[in-house]
Design a protein. Structure first.
Length: 275
């Protein structure tokens, strides 16, 4: 079943943000963007990492594959942010969201004023993390003996303040309440006892600052193999014969999309892959 997206005055802003690298942030962002395109939504991706440009490079590879193979695949528009100020980011967002249903912003793996500005203006904030206390430290600090949460991180405090600021906005300026989602990627590579400790810490922190925890994408070689071609797990007809693990990975992506609870998507079925 294909989703029908009604015209909007402004796009729903989905920001993928984690100051630590290696969490699958860009891979998750790209797969979500392409999946929404398969659903019939108008999607634009804005890559804020002017050096690595992972999301933008992925889309460049995707367009090159389509041209080489003479095929058309659902593909988001994508550009790299070239501004140098928060005001320039606001201008870019205002320009891009007029022509799309979803604006996906891929933050760099670092903290800077522009990245903070993107976080503050998210409607849905997605923070992918690996199941380790190294990654959990982005959200909060834990006691080394009890593993109970001791304090919020700067990142969590930033989001808390952004929510307060949004709640005080006038009716004419108000946007939907920010939905913060922590996505647990690569859980299969975590030792069981450590995974249980992280789950308890995440549950405690979620109650304190109000984020949701969902399962994301497991560690799979196919994600690294897909990048040069710009293809995703949904491009079934372009991938050849897929093993069982790849089919399970596609189901993980479907489950993640449903868990994000995006507008116009919550009552729709997962995207249908192209044969």
């Amino acid at each position: 079943m294909k989703a029908v997206f009604m015209p909007r005055k402004a796009a729903h802003r989905i920001v993928f943000a984690n100051e630590k690298g290696g969490t699958g942030k860009s891979t998750t962002a790209v797969h979500v963007a392409v999946a929404l395109s398969y659903m019939g939504a108008r999607v634009t991706a804005l890559d804020l990492d002017t050096r690595q440009r992972t999301t933008h490079r992925y889309m460049e590879n995707r367009f090159a594959t389509m041209q080489r193979r003479g095929t058309e695949l659902p593909t988001p528009a994508c550009e790299v942010f070239k501004g140098r100020s928060e005001q320039a980011l606001h201008v870019a967002i205002d320009r891009l969201e007029k022509d799309c249903d979803f604006l996906i912003i891929d933050n760099p793996g670092r903290d800077d004023p522009i990245a903070r500005c993107a976080v503050e203006n998210a409607d849905t904030l997605v923070t992918p993390m690996n199941d380790s206390f190294v990654d959990f430290d982005l959200i909060g600090q834990v006691d080394p003996e009890s593993f109970k949460v001791k304090k919020l991180s700067f990142f969590a405090e930033l989001i808390w303040e952004s929510r307060l600021k949004r709640s005080k906005a006038t009716l004419s300026d108000a946007r939907p309440e920010m939905d913060w989602i922590v996505v647990r990627n690569r859980t299969g590579y975590t030792e069981a006892r450590n995974m249980a400790r992280i789950e308890r810490a995440l549950t405690e922190m979620a109650k304190r600052v109000g984020f949701r925890v969902v399962h994301g994408l497991s560690e799979r070689v196919i994600y690294r193999e897909l990048f040069p071609s710009g293809l995703t797990l949904l491009d079934k007809g372009q991938l050849g014969d897929l093993g069982t693990s790849h089919l399970v990975a596609r189901q993980e992506l479907r489950a993640l999309l449903m868990a994000l609870k995006l507008p116009e998507f919550t009552k729709m079925k997962p995207p249908v892959e192209r044969a």
